[in-house]
Structures are given as structure tokens and as C-alpha cells.
Design a protein around this ligand. Structure first.
Ligand code: DGT
Ligand code: CA
Length: 359
């Protein structure tokens, strides 16, 4: 089966977060420092692209970065709490579009976009995710989209910043240009072994047999490197995050303001969302109505309660939110969605799915 896997990576993440809260930094070289307890010591966490032009890089000692910097380069101590807050907001947006998300780091995740929308909708979903992250959070990210993790990850670097790189075939040509170090799992130690056999580029691997790679790296790694160098990567996206929200959306057959007709859809969606959220045995406190109007603008209205513990209660809140929307806006509704969030850990919810099904 054809798959669609994306790797989303935020651009110069810590530095971009700083530009977000201090727009005066935009246009200046910015360097983020992990300070050390010793005075005037520390390491560089990241730098924006203007600072990278001065050859300042992640992992570099602060002293060296200071030598390379110009007078106008700004050094800021890292504020990880703030970056984590921004990161969870980004992941909330990703969760809205994708059910299978594997978070790799604070600013990076694999998304399996194969279903439910299908491979042909994957590009569109990537564009929407990028737009929403930019519009709602003011951040840019870069996405690589392909049939597997390897090409998705390499692709995400192709058009940085704010890029979308899509490649579903012709991997050989794409990989041919890459250095052996770019292959997943090849660090400095393995790079040395490859180089000792005259392999500098990924395309050089084809001069060798799989057995030879197994001899150098052992069975598992040898086979992986052989497959990866041919663009073959069977690794699946392994969802590893607690869901922050559960939502379902539907497109109306025609744009409408008919509350009865829209409520019919809201009832259906509320059923689906409530059952899905209940599977995780959690309480939730916030219900949202998501509306895309005829102009494709998205409006989200939310209400929080102590606990939303029945489908009826969820529908009741969604109905209030719909009437609020219709009172406030003159536009017709194109798509409607129901979302629940603000989960509470540990306390088992109401009924299990089995109990729902058996009435
Ligand atoms: P990019 O993706 O090339 O546009 O730039 P970044 O800054 O997003 O780089 P990335 O994706 O490798 O890392 C994400 C964040 O993780 C980065 O903003 C700061 C932190 N980070 C990366 N490398 C290091 C490092 O060597 N040391 C420390 N302390 N933090 C790092
Ligand atoms: Ca990044």
C-alpha cells in the first residue's frame, strides 16, 4: 500500500521563539546559549540564519561563538520552559490534522498521513498545517513528505526555512547527491568505517554487496544501511504522544446557516468524538465548535465546564456554541467540527466503549 509520511521540523526553533516574543530581534543575528555555571562559559543551542552566516552553530562553545560574532550579534540565554509551551501549542495544531504523530524532539515530529484522508490529500494537509502554525502562532516550519521516514526527514532540510518538499519516487537520484553521513543512523564512528571503504556518498554504497555491509556493521545495521541507501525504509510512525484533543470535522453538502441541518451533523460528530475520547478513560473539560465558513476562514468557539460527562451534555454545549456563532456572524458554514480537550489524567471516564455499544 502506498504510504504518506511527513517530517515536520520547526525552523531555527529556540531563536524563532525569541523573535516571536521580541519582534525587534527580527533582522538581527540571534544566538541562543545554554549557559554553564562557570562565568562566560556555555554552549550554543541554536542560532538564527543571520547568525549562522557568521559560522555560529549548535553545540559550539560560547567563547568561540563570541569570537565569530559581529558587534550586532545578540546572545540570549535559553528559556526552555517558554520553548516547551510554544512546542505544545504547535503539537496541538498537528494533532488537529493527524492521528498518528511520533514526536522526535521538542520541534520535530513524524506524521503518518496515509489515512483517514488518503495519500492524495497528504500534500494539502501539510499546506494546511504550515498555514495554521504560521497564522495562529506566527512560526514557520519545514516539512518533507514522502513514502517513508528516511526521505521525509532528508526532504525536510531541502527547502528550509518555511519549505515543503515532496518526493514520492526517484529516490535514487535524490539520495545520489547526499553524503553518507546523511543516512539515518550514521554518526561519526560509522562514517569513518564507510570512508575507510571509499564510501563518501550514499550512491557509493551500490558498489558493495549487502553481505559486506553486514560484515562491517553487524546484521541489523548492515541490512538497514543497505536498504536505506536504496531509499527503502520500513520503519513505521509510532505514535508516542498523549492526545491533547479529539476532534472530527465534516464538510456540509452545501454551505448553510440552517441550524437544524447543522445540528444533525453536530450530533453525529459529538457521538464520534465522545466515544473516541472516552476510550482513553479520561475526563475532559472543554468542548469546542470549529467552523470553516464559505470564505474558508476558521472560527473556533469553546466552553469549559467542570466535567463534560455525557454525550447529551456535549451536544448541549455545541448547540449553544452554534447559536452564538450564528448570532455573531452572517456567513454561511462550509465545514463543521466538534472538538474536546483539556483532559484530566487518571480519573476514569463515565463508560467504556463496550458499555456504549451494549447500551
Ligand atoms: P533548523 O531546524 O536547522 O532550522 O534549526 P533548529 O534550531 O530548529 O535546530 P534543530 O531542529 O536541530 O534543533 C531544535 C532545537 O533544539 C534548537 O532550536 C535548539 C535545540 N538544540 C539543537 N541542537 C542543540 C545542541 O547541540 N545543544 C543544545 N543545548 N540544544 C540544541
Ligand atoms: Ca528545527
Amino acid at each position: 500500500m502506498q504510504t504518506a509520511i511527513a517530517l515536520l521540523d520547526l525552523d531555527y526553533f529556540y531563536a524563532q521563539c525569541e523573535e516571536l516574543r521580541k519582534p525587534k530581534l527580527i533582522g538581527k543575528p540571534v544566538v541562543i546559549v545554554m549557559p554553564s555555571i562557570r562565568e562566560n562559559s556555555g554552549a550554543i543551542a541554536t542560532a538564527n540564519y543571520l547568525a549562522r552566516d557568521q559560522k555560529i552553530k549548535s553545540g559550539m562553545p560560547l567563547q568561540l561563538a563570541k569570537k565569530l560574532a559581529n558587534n550586532d550579534t545578540i546572545f540570549i540565554n535559553a528559556d526552555k520552559g517558554y520553548y516547551k509551551e510554544i512546542s505544545s501549542k504547535v503539537f496541538e495544531i498537528i494533532d488537529f490534522f493527524c492521528d498518528k504523530v511520533e514526536q522526535v524532539s521538542i520541534d520535530e515530529a513524524y506524521l503518518d498521513l496515509t489515512s483517514p484522508l488518503g495519500v492524495e490529500k497528504a500534500e494539502d494537509t501539510c499546506i494546511k498545517i504550515k498555514e495554521k502554525i504560521k497564522r495562529e502562532l506566527g512560526l514557520t516550519c519545514s516539512i518533507g513528505l514522502s513514502t517513508n521516514k528516511l526521505i521525509a526527514k532528508l526532504g525536510s532540510n531541502e527547502k528550509k526555512p518555511d519549505g515543503l518538499f515532496i518526493l514520492y519516487d526517484n529516490f535514487e537520484k535524490f539520495l545520489g547527491k547526499k553524503k553518507i553521513r546523511d543516512l539515518f543512523g550514521v554518526g561519526p564512528k560509522f562514517e569513518k568505517i564507510f570512508k575507510s571503504h571509499g564510501i563518501n556518498k550514499i550512491s557509493d554504497v551500490k558498489n558493495f554487496k549487502k553481505e559486506e555491509l553486514i560484515e562491517w556493521f553487524g546484521k541489523a545495521k548492515g541490512e538497514d544501511f543497505y536498504n536505506f541507501s536504496n531509499g527503502v525504509d520500513e520503519r513505521v510512525v509510532e505514535p508516542n504522544r498523549e492526545k491533547q484533543q479529539v476532534s472530527r470535522m465534516i464538510t456540509l453538502r452545501v454551505d448553510s446557516r440552517d441550524s437544524e441541518l447543522i445540528l444533525e451533523q453536530i450530533n453525529l460528530l459529538s457521538d464520534l468524538v465522545f466515544i473516541e475520547a472516552s476510550k482513553t478513560h479520561k475526563k475532559f473539560k472543554t468542548a469546542s465548535l470549529v467552523i470553516v465558513n464559505s470564505n474558508f476562514d476558521t472560527v473556533t468557539k469553546s466552553k469549559s465546564k467542570n466535567e463534560i460527562n455525557s454525550i447529551e451534555k456535549l451536544i448541549e454545549i455545541e448547540k449553544i456554541l452554534l447559536h452564538e456563532f450564528l448570532d455573531e456572524s452572517l456567513s454561511k458554514i462550509r465545514r463543521v467540527g466538534v472538538r474536546v480537550s483539556n483532559f484530566e489524567e487518571g480519573k476514569g471516564i463515565q463508560k467504556t466503549l463496550f458499555e456504549f455499544k451494549s447500551g
